[in-house]
Design a protein around this ligand. Structure first.
Ligand SMILES: *[C@@H]1O[C@H](CO)[C@@H](O)[C@H](O)[C@H]1NC(C)=O
Ligand SMILES: *[C@@H]1O[C@H](CO)[C@@H](O)[C@H](O)[C@H]1NC(C)=O
Ligand SMILES: *[C@@H]1O[C@H](CO)[C@@H](O)[C@H](O)[C@H]1NC(C)=O
Length: 336
């Protein structure tokens, strides 16, 4: 009995799982529904799985700009779901046979987001429950919760005019009428969370060194709630770069080089960011093989974030481990 119990504990303490995040991955246009970098990222996610603990991720986060250049033009039967998602993240790879939790980016809001939500019924993997929703995964008593938010509802539309290169931000969008109800839901969700690791996931970043830069409306509306309820961090895309910040006991990940790499680091000195990023992949640095995604390896000790190159899945950067929320407040209490 004793030996069995000890063995059980040993097994439990080494038990781990992981998930991926990828943003800004959805092809180029209806006539060019994939890009080479998008395909490279899918190949990298297959390869990286073999360096991680289990044969496949528990889930993958698609953090928006799922369908360039203007979202889904038709309805849930649009060819883009097969062309841009199913064919590229090919289910015949066991490493990719996992739920993909989607959320919309600004490009998606240029089209029919309801169609993206409705497509969940037709795919064994595509999962987009509503404009905002939450999912939890528990293994051996270790829970990761992801809180998927619609950032166009918070910050309006932003886009880069490809012919002029000009970046437009904060153009009004009808979804902004739902701002208060999303923020109330976000607060209720964060407040009631007992997860060991609690991530807010949205398209626009909190902080970014790249062309689009930090998002004022997310800093004002979302960051204070994350801080109040001790979130583990925020996972984003939007800038076609990778970036990592750690501030106020929270991690800030950008992995937005899903379909191309990379934008310029125009916001390296933006005072709204908490200094320079701890890691950056952009036009000025670490371009790797022109794409990238992030993985999150979870066990009772911590969540190890890793930034991967596309194609090879090779690790470019791993920041210090993120501690579980309960342990973190215990540390704060001990220090006080
Ligand atoms: C937890 O995972 C990290 C890597 O992410 C590893 O270094 C550590 O040994 C693991 N801890 C346990 C108890 O398995
Ligand atoms: C958007 O998609 C939904 C779900 O497929 C569909 O019912 C609706 O008609 C579509 N709207 C437009 C404008 O195509
Ligand atoms: C981009 O800028 C050009 C030139 O000013 C303009 O004609 C075009 O409408 C703009 N495109 C978008 C999508 O706003």
């Amino acid at each position: 009995m004793k030996i069995a119990a000890t063995l059980c504990l040993l097994l439990a303490s080494t038990e781990a799982y992981y998930f991926y995040s990828l943003g800004d991955w959805g092809g180029s246009s209806d006539s060019s529904p994939t890009t080479q970098v998008e395909k490279n990222n899918a190949a990298g996610m297959v390869r990286a799985a073999h360096g991680l603990d289990a044969s496949k991720p528990e889930f993958a986060l698609l953090v928006g700009d799922n369908f360039y250049s203007a979202g889904i033009a038709g309805n849930e039967y649009s060819k883009r779901f097969t062309q841009t998602f199913e064919n590229v993240f090919d289910i015949s790879n066991p490493e990719l046979n996992t739920p993909f939790y989607a959320i919309a980016g600004n490009h998606d809001h240029g089209g029919n987001v309801t169609a993206q939500i409705a497509y969940s019924k037709h795919s064994s993997r595509w999962t987009y429950d509503d404009y905002w929703y939450t999912k939890s995964h528990t293994d051996n008593g270790i829970t990761t919760q992801v809180v998927m938010i619609d950032t166009v509802t918070i910050a309006g539309m932003a886009y880069k005019n490809d012919s002029t290169g000009e970046i437009h931000s904060n153009e009004p969008h009808p979804m902004q009428a739902r701002l208060a109800s999303q923020l109330q839901w976000l607060e209720d969700t964060l407040k009631s969370s007992t997860a060991d690791y609690l991530w807010v996931v949205g398209h626009y970043p909190v902080y970014s060194q790249c062309e689009h830069g930090p998002t004022g409306a997310i800093i004002r509306n979302v960051l204070p709630l994350m801080s109040k309820y001790e979130a583990s961090g925020y996972i984003a895309g939007h800038d076609h770069c990778s970036g990592y910040y750690f501030d106020d006991n929270m991690a800030f990940v950008i992995a937005g080089a899903g379909k191309e790499c990379c934008y310029s680091p125009d916001n390296l000195n933006n005072k709204a960011d908490p200094g320079e990023p701890w890691f950056r992949m952009d036009k000025g640095k670490n371009q790797g093989d022109g794409g990238g995604f992030a993985s999150y390896h979870v066990n009772a000790t911590g969540t190890q974030i890793r930034f991967h190159k596309a194609s090879t899945g090779e690790v470019q950067y791993e920041p210090p481990v993120i501690k579980p929320r309960a342990k973190r407040s215990m540390l704060v209490e001990q220090a006080a």
